[in-house]
Structure formats: C-alpha cells, structure tokens
Write a protein that binds this ligand. Structure first.
Ligand code: CP
Ligand code: NVA
Length: 304
C-alpha cells in the first residue's frame, strides 16, 4: 500500500523519531553512497514559488540516485483544464512519487486519492508538514531533546503553525502560540492535537494573545511571515494586526538565555523578525533551512 505524507498526522510518533534519526545520520554522512532512488523519477508540481522545498527535494532526489522532474501549472495540461484525477492517474504510470505545492489543500487530497504513487505535501494553504520535520530536527540538534521543550510560536496561525502543532503534539513539545484574535490556527488541527484520548499526543498546545507571555521561559521562538502566499490582498489589514508580534531583542529577553530562534523562511526582515535576531547568536534559521535537505531525503527513503 502506498503511503502519502499530506499532513503530519500521517506519521506516528515512532515513525517521526525514526525519520529524525535517519536525517541526522544522512547529515553526518552515514550511508551517503546509498542510492535507493536509482531508476526512479519523482515529480514536483508547484502552483506557488519555492526556493527551499523545490531545491532541497531536487538535490535530495539527485543525491539518492533518482531523477527529479519539475512540473509547473503553465507547462502541463492541468493548467488548461485537464482534471486533477486524470493527471494523477496518468502521472502514476510514469513516476514513483510526487511532491505537490498547491493553493488549496483539497487539491492535494484529490490528487492523492486518484494516484497510486506516494504524494508528498510540499505546502498547501492548510499544512506544511515537510517543514515541521526539519523544524523538529533542528530543535533536536540544538537542544538534544524534544520532550518538554517550550516552543513559542509568535505570529499567524497559518499552514506552518498548523503542521508545527501536530509535530509538537506528537513529540511532547509544549507549544504556546501568540496570535491576534481571528488569526488562530485551524480549529480541526487544534482539536486533534488537544485530544487527550489519542495516545499519540504527548505535547500541550496553548493559545495566548501576548507575545511576551508566549516567549516567557521559551527554549525555542518561532515565527513565519504575516502574509502567506495567496493572501496578498489582505496584506495591509494583516500587517496592522500583527505589528506587536515581531521577534526582536526586547521579546527575546523574556525567553531562556540559550533560546534558539527559528523561521521557516522566506522572511520579511524588519516585519515579523529583525535583522539582528535573524543574524544573531540565537538564530538557528539557516541550520533549519539546511535541514530541509536531510529530512527531505529521509522522507523520500521512507515513502518510496
Ligand atoms: N520554507 C519553505 O517551504 O520555503 P520555500 O517556500 O522557499 O520552499
Ligand atoms: N506561510 C508561508 C510559508 C512559506 C514557506 C506561506 O504559505 O506563504
């Protein structure tokens, strides 16, 4: 049976832990000559721009011995009205797996339903699970544990926040989200992460309004853009609502001394985060972006 990776919930806690161990091994060069994707072609269909997801997967596929084929909506018939279902069936006949970046999460679900090959969510309006795996790896590398880490997510309750909530719930991270009213993470995600009857849930998820309260005693401070791809029309309104939610020197004073700062990138320097924090001693942001490569490879090995 094929396995998809559409949301973080598609992996059990044990599977996530195994994937993190494998990514750390891959980063340190263990089995770096293994080529499990020899003879396999992997598609990348992206409706939105991407630097990290596209390049890290293309490089990772090459390093694992496979071929990456980039498909843009303008260049395949899907962009002219061929259905998602037909495209999924056709591409399943050629490819061994596909990474999709779409506006609507339901497009990825529909593709997965009609394809016989593993589908990886490379970001949708609701989830960004590949990013969350790289975030966990970075926290583990820097803090040596995930359980009982206090992670403050300051900003928009968006796709990145939704996946991080699942990742935190699975691995025992205490996640405190500070966001303005009306910009909370997805309610279904919160409900699922907060379900005490799910034995896979180990971490506590809390929502507050005050960024200082979230940052207080934090081991990790995380932020993302205030205006996600596809929300450009709301930019003016959102920037005004989020102006007190910036990661800066003042906010960092509430956190633990050895706090690490994460951002999935791309960043709007001077908006959600200041230059001095992005480039300062607490920033693990560029380790985090590098880890997209290692975790992407571990994920491909696992699914294909
Ligand atoms: N973090 C991330 O997914 O970046 P890209 O949009 O550049 O892929
Ligand atoms: N929330 C951002 C993440 C970019 C990687 C967006 O969806 O644009």
């Amino acid at each position: 049976m094929k396995r998809d990776f559409l949301t973080i919930w598609d992996l059990s806690r044990i599977e996530i832990e195994g994937m993190l161990r494998r990514a750390i091994d891959l980063k340190s060069g263990v089995d770096s000559n293994k080529c499990p994707l020899i003879g396999k072609s992997i598609g990348l269909f992206f409706e939105k721009p991407s630097t990290r997801t596209r390049v890290s997967f293309e490089v990772g596929i090459y390093q694992l011995g496979g071929q990456a084929i980039y498909l843009s909506p303008k260049e395949i018939q899907l962009g002219r009205g061929e259905t998602i279902a037909d495209t999924a069936r056709v591409l399943s006949g050629y490819l061994s797996g596909i990474i999709l970046r779409t506006y609507s999460h339901s497009s990825i679900e529909e593709f997965a339903m009609h394809s016989t090959i593993p589908v990886i969510n490379g970001l949708s309006d609701l989830h960004h699970p590949c990013q969350a795996i790289a975030d966990l790896m970075t926290i583990l590398e820097k803090k040596r544990r995930l359980k009982d880490i206090r992670l403050a997510y300051i900003g928009d309750g968006n796709n990145v926040a939704n996946s991080l909530i699942g990742a935190a719930a699975r691995t025992g991270i205490e996640m405190v989200i500070a966001c303005p009213k009306g910009f909370e993470p997805n309610q279904d995600v919160l409900k699922r992460a907060g379900n005490k009857e799910d034995a896979e849930n180990a971490g506590e998820i809390i929502i507050v309004r005050d960024p200082k309260e979230a940052a207080s005693r934090a081991d990790v401070i995380y932020t993302d853009v205030w205006v996600s791809m596809g929300q450009e029309k709301e930019a003016g309104k959102k920037k005004a609502k989020f102006k007190n939610y910036q990661i800066n020197k003042q906010l960092l004073q509430y956190a633990k001394k050895d706090v690490i700062v994460l951002h999935c990138l791309p960043a709007y320097r001077g908006q959600e985060i200041t230059d001095d924090i992005m480039d300062g001693p607490n920033s693990a942001i560029f380790n985090q972006s590098e880890n997209r490569l290692h975790t992407g490879k571990a994920l491909l090995e696992f699914l294909l």
